[in-house]
Unconditional design. Structure first.
Length: 234
């Protein structure tokens, strides 16, 4: 196994994923980045890592990503499972194909990546996975029905995986962002946020970097809200 720390970040070509890649690089990780658009290749080149084009919904692409990281660097210390947004619409108007596609996008991508990196992390003595979820995972929103439902399932997977692999020194947590400045936020939505503004993507990345780091060595199986006070439950 190599000695440098390596971080794999998906959907890293822009927004939260790019911010996470940049923050982890500042912390000393070598970035291995991935995006459907191919923009992650440019980000990785800028950061001194390596980038790939592919889809988190394609098991073969995920396997090629992890294989490339291991072949090039010999290890994977951190994984940030970030994705795009599943479809929206009225609850019963969303078609079966959209539900199945979203399952691949926001849940099975994490399951598949975990299958790939867990043996690597176990062999090297540990690692950390951070899943980018949503504020509505535990307070379902009719505006984001597919995301709310499937990311609630992601929270359960996060906890079960964390318990199963804690003794291996492998941690898994989830970050639940509210609205971020990588997308347009209208005045009505802004008024719902107690802090009165969307998050900067760098603020989400700071939480991810903490969970990936040794500073969070006793934190696992948690769903951390970074939403400016948007959700109401305690």
């Amino acid at each position: 196994m190599g000695s440098e720390r390596v971080a794999v970040v998906t959907a890293a070509g822009r927004g939260i994923g790019e911010a996470c890649a940049r923050r982890l690089t500042e912390d000393g990780y070598t970035p291995v980045l991935f995006s459907k658009s191919g923009a992650a290749v440019d980000v990785a080149e800028d950061l001194g890592g390596v980038g790939f084009e592919g889809s988190v919904t394609d098991p073969a692409d995920l396997e090629a990503l992890v294989d490339a990281a291991v072949e090039r660097y010999g290890r994977v210390d951190a994984v940030v499972n970030n994705t795009g947004h599943p479809p929206t619409g009225d609850l019963l108007d969303i078609g079966d194909d959209e539900w199945h596609d979203a399952l691949d996008l926001v849940l099975l991508n994490v399951v598949r990546t975990a299958r790939l990196v867990t043996p690597v992390m176990r062999e090297q003595g540990g690692g950390s996975l951070v899943n980018i979820s949503t504020f509505s995972a535990f307070e379902p929103s009719a505006d984001f029905p597919v995301s709310s439902i499937l990311r609630a399932a992601l929270g359960s997977f996060t906890k079960l995986y964390a318990d199963r692999h804690a003794a291996d020194g492998i941690r898994m947590n989830a970050v639940l962002p509210g609205y971020a400045d990588s997308y347009e936020v209208d005045d009505e939505t802004r008024a719902q946020i107690p802090m009165g503004r969307p998050a900067a993507t760098e603020e989400i990345a700071d939480a991810v970097a903490y969970l990936a780091s040794p500073n969070a060595s006793y934190v696992t199986g948690q769903n951390i809200r970074v939403d400016g006070g948007l959700t109401r439950s305690v």
